[in-house]
Write a protein that binds this ligand. Structure first.
Ligand code: AMP
Ligand code: MG
Length: 418
């Protein structure tokens, strides 16, 4: 397959910008995971991060039991017997308590205790039964259809590691151990607000030049996927005092504060002005498209700050590329990388060398297991519908130029993240 076009000429003056990878690394470096634990009921543990490693406190199964509905007997008896006297029954939850004489068996159901005298279970389809006599049609191998204590989990086994995001299977495993409560990490509290005099809430009437605030909805949706406590602090007007007050309030309430808008170098970019005073926030120009300006730092000694750009696609892209991983690390998760795949690009793409592009694409796997991707069309950072149409980013390297149809590109599927 043809390689991507690389044209190293036209990006020299942009080399001072931070690369995506460098910005990601700097952000992750600055984050220490939350360590505060809280005890929750098992169901409430779903999707939460396990605080401590979990060891099995008992054997599962705890008793020898039958894997089949059938008959339990001593295998050595088959040397002389094909027909066995049915001496009793063992049902799930109702064991057979007597002993078995030579040539005796018991009727047994799946999950029921295999009595100490028996070592083998024959499935009922392989016997004939007349009155109290069971006759083997086929002789199973010794030990057949018997499940042993600890086959699933043995006391002391490492069951789940710390940092594990508990899923449905984990809840079941914990329940099988008789564990009804788990210690999980406290959820991060994430506050966000939008900035801009042009922003109106849904239900308000738009004046000329106004737009409805969509960023607070995309942020809400993406944060929801991360299982954090969300505080929507609304829209803050472009006034120094209002922005200062909003920061003071948000930093008291939250572990992470996210803003959108006001971080470029326009006349009304009060986020930048306000935060320059604190000295613990960096203003980065990242070699990325969309989303070049990004502010990152701390509002006080523990509250992380992300100043995302205002354009609706830039907000989503910078959140997914930078903020998401930071929040995952903060909440104690260990699997935070977004997987990338190689795909055949079925449409040509326009790309100027000098920034890493995250274009919007629609990807699918063909019948041979090969990824394909096509562009969603116009790629402006204001085309929010492109995010809605897309199910992946097409990640084009810093140096890459235009892409021809049929070339190989990297994609980052994101449908599960929105
Ligand atoms: P700014 O970064 O504040 O200069 O904003 C850049 C662009 O994004 C402008 O066109 C804004 O109107 C738009 N924008 C900023 N915030 C929002 C928002 N919350 N919802 C929709 N558009 C926004
Ligand atoms: Mg603005």
């Amino acid at each position: 397959m043809p390689e991507l076009n690389v044209n190293p000429q036209s990006f020299d003056k942009k080399q001072l910008m931070l690369s995506v990878e460098e910005a990601q690394a700097r952000i992750l470096e600055a984050i220490l995971p939350i360590t505060t634990k809280e005890r929750v009921g098992l169901r409430q543990g779903l999707g939460r991060i396990l605080a401590d490693p979990l060891l099995a406190r008992m054997d599962v199964p705890s008793h020898r039991n039958s894997a089949m509905d059938g008959y339990a007997f001593r295998h050595i008896d088959t040397d002389i017997h094909k027909a066995f006297y049915v001496a009793g029954v063992s049902m799930a939850g109702h064991p057979f308590h007597d002993s078995l004489d030579i040539g005796q068996c018991i009727r047994i159901m799946t999950g029921a205790v295999v009595p100490a005298d028996a070592d083998t279970v024959v499935m009922q389809e392989h016997v004939s039964r007349e009155g109290d006599i069971m006759t083997l049609q086929r002789i199973p191998i010794p030990g057949a259809n018997v499940r042993h204590p600890g086959e699933d989990l043995c006391t002391g086994d490492a069951v789940l590691p710390a940092g594990r995001k508990l899923n449905a299977a984990d809840l079941g495993v914990l329940a099988s151990q008789g564990i009804g409560e788990v210690d999980v990490l406290r959820r991060p509290r994430v506050a966000f607000f939008s900035t801009g005099d042009e922003l109106k809430g849904i239900g308000e009437v738009l004046q000329p030049g106004d737009v409805y605030d969509s960023n607070r909805y995309t942020l809400f949706g993406m944060l929801n996927k991360l299982d954090v406590d969300i505080l929507d602090l609304g829209v803050i007007p472009d006034q120094q005092e209002a922005v200062e007050h909003a920061f003071a309030q948000a930093s008291q309430l939250a572990d992470v504060v996210i803003t959108s808008g006001g971080v470029s170098v326009g006349d009304a970019d009060y986020v930048t002005d306000t935060l320059r005073k604190t000295g613990t926030v960096d203003f980065w120009k990242i070699a990325v498209k969309p989303g070049k300006p990004l502010a990152f730092g701390k509002l006080n000694d523990r509250c992380l700050f992300f100043g995302l750009p205002g354009n609706p696609v830039s907000v989503m892209a910078t959140f997914l590329l930078f903020t998401r991983a930071a929040i995952l690390k903060l909440r104690g998760e260990t699997m935070i990388e977004l997987p990338e795949y190689s795909a055949i690009c079925d449409t040509p793409l326009q790309k100027a060398p000098g920034r890493k592009d995250y274009q919007r694409g629609v990807c699918h796997l063909d019948v041979r297991g090969q990824w394909h991707v096509r562009s969603t069309g116009m790629q402006g950072s204001h085309i929010l519908s492109s995010m809605s149409t897309a199910n992946c980013f097409i990640a084009l390297p810093l140096l890459a130029g235009d892409v021809n149809a049929g070339e190989i590109v990297n994609i980052i599927p994101f449908h599960e993240l929105l």
